[in-house]
Ligand binder design. Sequence first.
Ligand code: SF4
Length: 570
Amino acid sequence: MSERTQLILPIPPPPADSKTPLVPARMVNEWVYCPRLAYLEWVEGEWADSADTVQGKRAHTRVDKGGGRLSSPDELDEEKSQARSVTMSSERLGVIAKMDVLDIRDGVVMPVDFKKGKRPHIAAGAYEPERVQVCVQAMTLEDNGYEVEQGAIWYVGSRERVRVNLDEDLRSRTLEAVRDLRAAAQTRTRPAPLENSPKCPRCSLAGICLPDETNLFNRGYPPRPLNPSDDPALPLYVQTPRARLRKKGERLIVESQDNTVEVPMIDVSQVALFGPVSVTTPALHALMRAEIPVSWFSTGGWFLGHTIGTGNGNVAVREAQYRAAFSARRSLTFSRDLVSAKVRNSRTMLRRNWRPERGTEEKQDAMEGLKRIARRVLHVKDVQQLLGFEGEAAAIYFAHFQKMLAPGAAEGLDEFSFTTRNRRPPTDPVNAMLSLAYALLARTLTTTISATGLDPYMGLYHRPRHGRPALALDLMEPFRAILADSCVIQAVNNGEVKPTDFVSNGPACSLKPKGRKALIAAFERRLEQVTTHPLFGYRVSMRRMLEVQARLLARHFQGEIVKYPHYLPR
Ligand code: SF4
């Protein structure tokens, strides 16, 4: 390296010690492409596959098998040879590089990186992030005593090799990127999202990063619909007593006395098991490896818990969540807005679904009452006051719940008469359905929240209690009426659940299997319904909406969004 080079290069980061995590060369590439992407993936452990990443993995299939051998620097053959899939690190730089191919000729090594797609027709021959990645590999080889003169990129799509000149500028840019990424990781500073960048629509992490949604709050840009409106994978419910879930290749097989059902695992987003259903160990292992959560329910639909893999490794988001939960001031501010949103959404539900044939003389009073409470809760001084207002709003809402049920929609509708909410145990059909719908919503949100890295058991309004998914219960408050109550109303009004679908045992009323299946189907249909996000204006399914809200909450805890935007449909 020339004297001039040494003068212009950025100061390298301090050498890594045995405890410093080494930066993968691929992450340096991503840092140059988008610093936030590298941070989310490497520091926060976020990952999502896209068509691009799947293609990328395919392009590496051959080289990842390895092959050839790299001798030590002083034993390198004069002969031409090749080694594949070689991993090497440099403590001086604090990096680790997995090199696809090393071409060795006359004692000189050339790293060749494999990229999917075709060679870009640009002056530099390859994009800067890709050249930087090759430069990290070259510098790592040099630090290990190998002589490197240049690098190369092999474009699998066009089957072309492009040379990478390891000039001073590229080396300087590479050192700068390594230094900045390590500094961001050390200080745990998540870079801001790119602004209106054409990179975001192609980015596999757009649904996790929420670049435009975050920029809307901080800079006022309207978001583009970067999130896929829905996830094609769906929950798999197993409700037949003594059914057995096992795995065969990449498929899940549900066997019961009467039939056998096969589902490709890729089509399953989560598994919900009701009552005495068994799962084989290989199936459970495969589900945990694929990060597909398994939820366990009692026969009556009580949510007992769930089994997940190693879970989301993003500790920073949980730290931020705990800091917010431990702050009485932040918890109260959040809870006021939360209860206000819940009351407003209950009001919206009543306003939209109040059936004129059931009389409208009390409607105005109910609307006014809920509106007044939604405003007053924003000024309460403590949680006790908040609970009082929440109870008052629930009394108004449930007193009129029956106004949303169509008279005569189902045979024997009197069975659906409903006067007040009760749950321990539910004593009438509507309460039994509401209890199951709330359990389904809590389960859905518990798994959604876990996937974002938040701890579903640490809430701000619902305080932690053994086994209670307090944050899921917090987040579900504004969705209770919109998702759970509405699916109960639909199931009754459409005649999907009938009075004969219930069984009473003493004061307790519960759904028979047929009724439970019908209500679960109504709930899943409701989650699939597509709606316009009231703030962002794009169309998403309600299932995706829950995920967007959970991710916004994580962004709020981490200080990227000052005020958490509760879901408030018009
Ligand atoms: S969505 Fe955009 S800002 Fe976010 S990580 Fe991807 S490229 Fe970067």
